[in-house]
Design a protein around this ligand. Structure first.
Ligand SMILES: CC(C)=CCC/C(C)=C/COP(=O)(O)O
Length: 256
C-alpha cells in the first residue's frame, strides 16, 4: 500500500504543502483545539498528519458542496418521473422525447442553415449567420466543459437519445439547456414577435430544461448550469456579432 506522501509525489507534487490547499487543508491545530487538549501532559505537540486533518476538519465549502451534490442527486432521481416506461409518468415519455428533439442541435443547425440558404434579405442573412455561429459556439463550449468535468449521467437514465456525440455520455452541463437559453435570448432579441409568441419561446426553453430532469437525462445542477452558460454565451455572440463590416468574406459567401 503506497504511503500518502509517496502518492502525493507520484501525482506530480513538489512535496510542498501548497499542493492540497484548495478545499480542505488546515494549518496546524490551534493551541486550544480538542486535538491539542487530548495530548498527554509534557508530550511534544506533533501536528496531526495532513490527511487526518482533512478527514477530521473538512472545510465548510467542502461540506456545503457535498451536501448540495447529495441533494441534487436525490431530488433529480425523484423528479426523473419519465426516466423509463415503467416510471411514475412513464406514459408521458414519448411527449418528453418530442420536446427533447425540439431542443436538439441537429434540427436547429439544419433549420438555420436552410433558412440562410433561402434568405433573401441582408438583415435575415445577418441574423441567421449569427444564429449559426451561436449554435456552433454552444456545441463546442458544451463539448469542452463536458469533456473537462466528465460527470456521468444519472444512473436511472436510459441512453436512447437521438444522435449523440462521444462527450454526450457526460451530463454536465445539459446541452439542451444551454441551447434553450441561448436560442431564447437570441430569438427574443433579434426576431420581432408578438407578445404571446415571446411568452411561448420562454415557455419552450423552460419546458425543454425541465424535461431533461424528468427524462432522467440530467441532474438539476447540470440543467441550471446549462441555462446560465447558454445565457452567458449569448453575451459572447452579441460581443462578436458578425456583420458585413466585420466579416465581409463570410457575407460574400451568402450573398446571391
Ligand atoms: C450531434 C449534435 C449536432 C448535437 C448533439 C446534441 C445533444 C445530443 C446534446 C446533448 O444534450 P444534453 O446534454 O442536454 O443531453
Amino acid at each position: 500500500m503506497p504511503s500518502p506522501r509517496s502518492s502525493r509525489e507520484r501525482r506530480g507534487g513538489s512535496g510542498g504543502r501548497l499542493e492540497f490547499l484548495s478545499l480542505s487543508q488546515r494549518g496546524p491545530a490551534a493551541p486550544d483545539s480538542p486535538s491539542r487538549r487530548r495530548e498527554p501532559a509534557g508530550a511534544a505537540a506533533a501536528p496531526l498528519p495532513e490527511e487526518d486533518c482533512m478527514k477530521l476538519n473538512p472545510s465548510f465549502l467542502g461540506i456545503a458542496l457535498s451536501s448540495l451534490l447529495a441533494i441534487d442527486l436525490w431530488a433529480s432521481k425523484r423528479l426523473g418521473v419519465c426516466a423509463g416506461e415503467g416510471s411514475a409518468w412513464g406514459s408521458a415519455r414519448p411527449l418528453m422525447k418530442v420536446i427533447e428533439v425540439s431542443g436538439h442541435g441537429i434540427p436547429w443547425l439544419l433549420g438555420t442553415f436552410y433558412g440562410l440558404c433561402q434568405s433573401d434579405s441582408s438583415a435575415a442573412r445577418e441574423v441567421l449567420l449569427n444564429l449559426l455561429f451561436a449554435l456552433l459556439l454552444d456545441l463546442v463550449m458544451v463539448a469542452v466543459v463536458k469533456g473537462l468535468v466528465r460527470r456521468p449521467r444519472p444512473t436511472h437514465n436510459k441512453m436512447d437519445m437521438f444522435v449523440t456525440i462521444s462527450v454526450d455520455k457526460y451530463s454536465f452541463p445539459s446541452g439542451h439547456a444551454t441551447r434553450a437559453a441561448l436560442v431564447c435570448r437570441f430569438v427574443l432579441r433579434h426576431l420581432v414577435l408578438a407578445v404571446p409568441l415571446r411568452v411561448l419561446v420562454v415557455l419552450w426553453a423552460l419546458i425543454v430544461s425541465v424535461s431533461r430532469v424528468m427524462l432522467g437525462r440530467h441532474n438539476m445542477t447540470d440543467v441550471l448550469f446549462g441555462l446560465l452558460l447558454g445565457y452567458a454565451l449569448y453575451g459572447v455572440v452579441e460581443h462578436c456579432w458578425l456583420s458585413p463590416a466585420t466579416a465581409p468574406a463570410l457575407f460574400a459567401l451568402w450573398s446571391h
